[in-house]
Write a protein that binds this ligand. Sequence first.
Ligand code: HEC
Ligand code: HEC
Ligand code: HEC
Ligand code: HEC
Length: 153
Amino acid sequence: MKNKKTLFSLGFFFIFSVAFLFGSSSEKAAAPEQAKPAVEQVKSTPELRKEFPMKSHHAKLSFECVYCHEGQGNNPKEFTTPGDKGCLSCHKSKQYLADRLKFMDKLHVNPHNSIHDGPVLYCDECHNEHKPSINMCAECHEHDVKIWTKDTP
Ligand code: HEC
Ligand code: HEC
Ligand code: HEC
Ligand code: HEC
């Protein structure tokens, strides 16, 4: 009876130590990653801003490139389209944006809550940053629907 108990606790101790060993070894494997220098060191210099001008509503806020191009490395010339995630890190969510222009829902023309697709479109189907924006709805509706209060900012 007593032996069984000892065996049991020994077994328990064994499992515990194995778990501990594995736990600490995976910690060690992760360590070099953390020791790496911060990846994004591109500074939003006047030269880069001239080459890749931002929209006036962003430019006046002294943005860093990485606010949108997060995780794209250290060569600004190799940055690519950031996708929705970059925009939504500040602009919250597609539903939030849809709600802000809710007054347009009545006529079914809310660009953020499309009558065809709902609030799911990619930002860059209309908004660009370093070149003029477009409005993909106008590709089909240019002539029959004069709806938006202004061009895509
Ligand atoms: C670091 C935060 C941040 C990121 C990232 C960001 N924005 Fe903004 N954006 C803002 C702020 C703050 C304003 C409000 C500026 C103001 O009040 O004039 C704004 C304004 C805007 C406006 C409003 C212009 C208007 O006329 O009202 C548009 C459109 C916009 N952003 C689109 C985008 C898109 C598209 C992206 C992704 C490519 C993006 N933003 C990424 C912070 C951000
Ligand atoms: C179908 C085209 C289209 C798409 C897709 C689109 N937008 Fe817009 N967006 C517009 C237009 C047009 C306006 C101006 C509407 C107006 O004021 O009449 C606008 C206005 C805005 C504004 C300013 C108004 C506000 O709500 O503060 C922000 C910010 C914005 N868009 C961000 C985004 C982001 C972020 C995405 C992606 C999740 C996105 N948009 C997707 C066309 C679009
Ligand atoms: C507010 C968000 C935002 C900021 C800040 C931003 N970009 Fe961009 N960038 C974009 C978007 C969106 C695109 C996709 C093409 C476009 O909209 O012009 C893009 C595309 C690019 C591209 C690819 C060029 C191409 O034609 O596809 C490069 C390179 C680039 N950006 C460099 C920069 C540099 C350098 C900075 C800092 C000076 C910067 N970006 C700041 C949103 C941003
Ligand atoms: C690829 C072409 C295409 C694009 C892009 C497009 N539409 Fe349409 N849309 C149509 C067609 C086709 C119809 C049906 C026309 C009809 O029934 O007479 C339609 C119908 C509509 C209607 C009328 C619906 C009704 O109940 O009568 C609205 C409003 C509308 N679209 C808004 C938008 C908005 C907002 C966008 C952008 C987010 C957009 N459309 C993008 C092709 C398009």
